[in-house]
Design a protein around this ligand. Structure first.
Ligand code: 13P
Ligand code: SF4
Length: 302
């Protein structure tokens, strides 16, 4: 605790010197969320990165998130405190594979989850996040739509709209560890609780849920609900904000395996070191950046 306090103070001073903003995803460690200027879901974080006037953005999240910030704000220094913080789901599709698919299905419109590399975004028509996937699909006319790379989110959005779309076989390794049996067991232990899950969860898990939503969606649902108890089917870091936002309510993580190792790589000492060194810096090659930005801008305009 004392160490956290000392590091937090150091970070506060460095942040001012560097004219930096620290933004963090809800899956980050509690002490990281506590020092952040802004904590949010993927959509809110891209909106924040697009509009900030800070000179340096320290992105406490994973690589694709920092990369999106670099795509939207090329004149800013974007820092990812641990360069190894990746997203296994984002790695399940690459630009070459996507180009091959587009060749096989000429005219296909590609919706890419924000959990993708800049190269993949550059090959896509429009981005989405888990909070606007339905809206993004709705905005597209035409028959052939490919959703990459999250099969679960794509299927969830397509089911809501009752619209057939083509799915890429990708998934989140963290959410995939949550099983239907985990939910049934948690319901038995907490019969009065509502089950709230992220759309990255498997289909049979989603079928057991009372509410499905993005991280920000889950927090808003718990806040507005009359209920006092919730079984939570998403990454463990969200519990920190749920407790802050909903004093007096109880939250039970649906499985102790709901921990994303990449999200946990960011620590206070790495944030401090990153602010001192202004590194590891995330940049995107200009030709790719411009194309990727078009897909992000199209989403942000909705
Ligand atoms: P959201 O915050 O948009 O729900 O994203 C979840 C996620 O898995 C990010 O990696
Ligand atoms: Fe990627 Fe899943 Fe981790 Fe999010 S929680 S960064 S989707 S592996």
């Amino acid at each position: 605790e004392d160490l956290f306090q000392t590091l937090a103070e150091e970070i506060e001073v460095l942040k001012k010197e560097r004219k930096a903003i620290i933004i963090a995803h809800y899956y980050q460690r509690p002490e990281i969320q506590d020092i952040a200027d802004f904590v949010g879901d993927s959509l809110q974080l891209s909106q924040q990165a697009a509009k900030t006037d800070a000179e340096v953005i320290v992105f406490c999240g994973v690589h694709f998130m920092a990369e999106s910030a670099a795509i939207l704000s090329p004149d800013k220094i974007v820092i990812l405190p641990d360069a190894n913080a990746g997203c296994p789901m984002a790695d399940m599709v690459d630009a070459e594979g996507l180009r091959a698919y587009k060749k096989r299905v000429p005219g296909v419109q590609v919706v890419c989850y924000v959990n993708t590399s800049a190269e993949v975004k550059a090959e896509s028509d429009i981005c989405c996040t888990s909070s606007n996937a339905v809206k993004v699909l709705q905005s597209l006319k035409g028959e052939d739509i490919l959703f990459i790379p999250d099969e679960n989110l794509g299927r969830y959005a397509a089911n809501i709209l009752d619209r057939p779309i083509q799915l890429w076989p990708g998934y989140c390794k963290t959410h995939d560890r949550l099983t239907k049996e985990d939910i049934l067991k948690a319901r038995e232990e907490h019969p009065l609780a509502k089950v709230i899950v992220h759309p990255e969860c498997r289909e049979d898990v989603c079928q057991e849920a009372d509410y499905i939503g993005s991280t920000a969606g889950l927090i808003a649902y718990a806040q507005n609900s009359e209920k006092r108890e919730f079984i939570v089917g998403t990454e463990s870091g969200i519990l920190h904000r749920l407790h802050q936002a909903c004093p007096g309510k109880e939250f039970y993580l649906a499985s102790e395996r709901l921990v994303c190792p990449n999200m946990k790589l960011t620590t206070l000492d790495k944030v401090r070191d990153a602010l001192i060194a202004l590194s590891p810096r995330i940049t995107v090659q200009e030709e790719i950046r411009v194309k990727a930005k078009a897909a992000l801008d199209r989403m942000l305009a909705l």
